[in-house]
Design a protein. Sequence first.
Length: 329
Amino acid sequence: MNRKFVDLHLHIDGSLNIAWMYERARKRKVIPDNMSFEDYYLTLIPSGEDIKAVFDRFDVPLAIMQREEDIHDCCYELLKEISRDNVIYAELRFAPQLHTREGLSQEEALRAAIKGVEDAMDDYPVTANILVALMHQGDSAAVNYDENMESLLLCEKYLGHCVCGLDLAGFENNCDLDEYAPLFKIAKEKEIPFTIHAGEMGNGENVRKALNMGADRIGHGINSIQDETIVEELVRTQIPLEICVTSNLYFGFTYASHPIHELIRRGCKITICTDDMSFCLNNMAYEYNMLNKVGISDEMLDQFTLNSIEAAFISEADKEVLRKQLKNA
Ligand SMILES: [Zn+2]
């Protein structure tokens, strides 16, 4: 079957082709001259039990994402790759504040990403938008409140120009999720759509907090199964969950034991996403195949794709275009 996919949850910095990253890292001399591809590849594998090591891996791609040309090319190459993987629409997470280490402003970084997306859409049969990611940094939301506010205002400025909304990413347990409520209150007032990483490594209560902030979607949300009332709220509101099964295997699940099965059984609105393809070594087809192998039917998988279209931060007319593309596949 020539299935087409919609991916609403993938991080640009976590999803680059590793061989391509290695070449760019050599060109930019951000790795030792004599570093082999194998050794470079191993830097992407977290060591030890420290969950924060998962986040240290992002330093590898971020080292080559500090110039406008490189940010542009990363976005371009990623879209080229996913278009070949039959993704017809994607929402790409990008945190401008992580791309200012060599002097770029957040706005310059975001504009470079937008240009990369636009150029790729000209050349390949794929449509994409950027979700501007606010970041957890340090042990309080106050640590980078100004940077997050700057990102939020940039999102507002470029909304509708290859930018479709906000996300909150990073180490979920750094501080109380409620500390970010003031930022999302402003986003609500400005009518910016947003999704929040919640209930991935954090507890189910974070999903409730994200729902209370008015999140339009939940990134992961799998730990909502810890609390009956949160699942009930997800079922009642039909707020979509962006489920990234392979990414969650790090927490000890298998494809068969992942909470997705319980969330489906309870009637949650499910979308399937890749999260970080460089670390997960996955793509959308892989996710669908693995879920199919553990008993999720083709019909259900088709429904997940329709759910993703419905949940996308795009106009109804644009959703209809995607539905037609699916039908023609
Ligand atoms: Zn994520």
